[in-house]
Design a protein around this ligand. Structure first.
Ligand code: ADP
Ligand code: MG
Length: 257
């Protein structure tokens, strides 16, 4: 199952979700490929990986390297197709290539059958890299921050998903919404979580990802939370989420409304 973690807002917890969901799925014994599509390369550095441009996903997208050569095995059971910080400008180059929306889909065609899950960490925009993720993906996972403006921008995202489904990837479906940075002591956080559940019902995963400083510390040690604080409540939350994701993948999601 290929899942794109998408929300054009920055700082909502996409990369934290990408790293820790991947690690929790791998801990369950599933094979996982994490693809870092963000030129900021936070998913790569968060797993302790730093590569030059010539060893990054962009080398494969630009057709300069076979993608299989670029995959790095991490100590956490997650295979990583890394991004590189040198390549913030690479996006512009891709715009000139023929088939520019399908570069990632083409790369993953041979690779994805080897994995139970391919997790795509998208950059905070709806640009060509995110469009590539949406064209390559089967399902979309939307992380939403449990804060006041959580739903802002969501209608634009849903419109983009519909457009991609109509024109470029007819099989794309909404796999689920993950509520992130939840603080149970904060009334607003509880209210936002309730409102999102009222709106989106079954689409929202039961598991709430708690707001904890441990999750923001772990990347500076290059570790997922399941290795950084294996018995903490954040690690336990990601294990529960991985369980839900695996179950839902078996049942498969529904079409975007
Ligand atoms: P995005 O990829 O959407 O930009 P990130 O996952 O990078 O978002 O998260 C933005 C910032 O918030 C990072 O500094 C990250 O460490 C922090 N963060 C994310 N999720 C949590 C959480 N549940 N609790 C505490 N800090 C978090
Ligand atoms: Mg990110």
């Amino acid at each position: 199952m290929i899942l794109a973690l998408t929300n054009q807002k920055g700082g909502v917890g996409k990369t934290t979700l990408a790293i820790n969901l991947s690690a929790a799925l791998a801990e369950k014994g599933l094979s996982v490929l994490l693809v870092d599509l963000d030129p900021q390369a936070n998913a790569s550095s968060g797993l302790g990986v730093r590569v030059s441009a010539s060893r990054s996903l962009y080398a494969a997208l630009a057709g300069k390297r076979p993608p299989g050569d670029l995959i790095i095995s991490t100590p956490y059971g997650v295979s990583l197709l890394p991004s590189s910080v040198d390549l913030a400008g690479g996006e512009v180059e891709l715009l000139d290539l023929p088939d520019r929306e399908f570069l990632l889909r083409n790369i993953l065609a041979d690779l994805s059958p080897r994995y139970d899950f391919v997790i795509l960490d998208c950059p905070p925009s709806l640009g060509i890299l995110t469009v590539n993720a949406l064209c390559a993906a089967e399902g979309v996972v939307i992380p939403l921050q449990c804060e006041y403006y959580a739903l802002e921008g969501l209608s634009l995202l849903v419109r983009t998903l519909r457009r991609v489904r109509e024109g470029l990837n007819s099989g794309l479906f909404l796999f689920g919404i993950v509520l992130t940075m939840y603080d149970g002591r904060n009334r607003l956080s509880r209210e936002v979580a309730e409102e999102v559940r009222r709106h989106f019902r079954w689409t929202v995963f039961e598991t709430l990802i708690p707001r904890t400083v441990r999750l923001s510390e772990a990347p500076s040690h290059g570790k997922p939370i399941t290795a950084y604080e294996p018995r903490g409540r954040a690690a336990e939350a990601f294990r529960r989420l991985a369980e839900e994701v695996a179950r839902r993948a078996r049942q498969k999601g529904q079409a975007i409304g």
